[in-house]
Design a protein around this ligand. Sequence first.
Ligand code: BJ8
Length: 422
Amino acid sequence: MADYRKMWEELGMDLETHDQLCEVLPQAFGDVYLSQENRPESMDYYNMVVADIHGIRPAELVAAQKTGTKVFGTFCVYVPDEVIVASGAIATGLCGGSQFWVPGGEKVLPTNTCPLIKASVGARLDATCPFFRIADMYIGETTCDGKKKAWEILGEDVPIHVMDLPQMKRAKDIKAWEDEILTLKDVVEKETGNTVTFESLKDSIELINNKRRALERLYNLRKNENVPISGRDVLLISQIAFYDDPGRFTQMTNKLCDELEKRVQDGVSVCQSGDKRIMITGTPMAVPNWKLHQIIETTGGIVVCEETCTGTRYFEHLVDENSNTFEGQVEALAERYMNINCACFTPNEGRIEDILRLAKEYKVDGIIDVNLKFCNLYDTEGYLVERGMREANIPVLGIETDYTDSDASQLRTRIGAFMEML
Ligand code: BJ8
């Protein structure tokens, strides 16, 4: 493994504390991932990326910055990467998924804030994640209250632009999002010194659509009776999608899909007969949050779909590539992004419809609706989700969890009992 200490030092990181994180990650990764049998060979790429998660990609970003490229950090799937990429910049996801960063966030945020927000703030303020140090500018959004307030705190430490996301889906809201996309364009143009043109936006729309197509292809393969890849592995791939180079990611994911198609033809499966097909719905799982998948897949289940922002909400629906004008492209972007059904919208019946549709497509035996502790939005919507599933006779288990391991054995018992009931 290459030595990245000099880079981390130059990024102003707290090396001593960061060393502690570097010590625990390989163990966690080994336990969850390398312990699996019969993994696809093409997972080697993702293993490599994650084994050196604070090295390989950060080094690429730093090298790009040295040639004048700007890096924008994002926290939500509503922020259109296309606009950032069209300005010649790089977009990288920044959500924190480790308990390691939570105490740092709690220094400035109330304890009853969701762990994703606390970890993200802690990762920046404690200087223990290179991605948070590298980003020249953060792009926030007005999705939930916790994030909105977190931007004000982070904004004291790093330049941040906040996109005002409408929370209803009327025609005027879609129009308002179009305006916000245009404002983002102005912001990235100012930061990069480059102009976003019809041509550059056309290219970036195609680039990001191709990433979505690759992820959709991967997900479609999980619909097979012989599931060729574990839910854990797909979760890892989805997490990597947020920060890898989009062109390379697409290429590697299509290569993996070639291998998986062969597996399906040959009847190779990662699950045992009798394993229950589970869909996860709810809050996103930022890297390295692998806890729930690990528990489900070692308790007689196989995760075949995630209706989350580290799942279908990230890649479903393409941006229309046939716009002939710049205005048309921006309209197409607004339309596509406003098609995502996050619990921050009201009403949000589209999400229940999505879950019912996905449950059918992926032939699921049961749904686990997961909520990150203190996420009020998804917690409250859980009532409607679970009622909708019960009405459709789909077994559903609602759980709430955080980034600690303290509830792991309790979760194992509850999930085990749910699985037996299916
Ligand atoms: S589109 S899910 S990525 S906002 S941070 S809402 S868990 S309290 S992440 Fe999200 Fe965009 Fe919606 Fe998806 Fe709750 Fe935590 Fe808020 Fe969260």
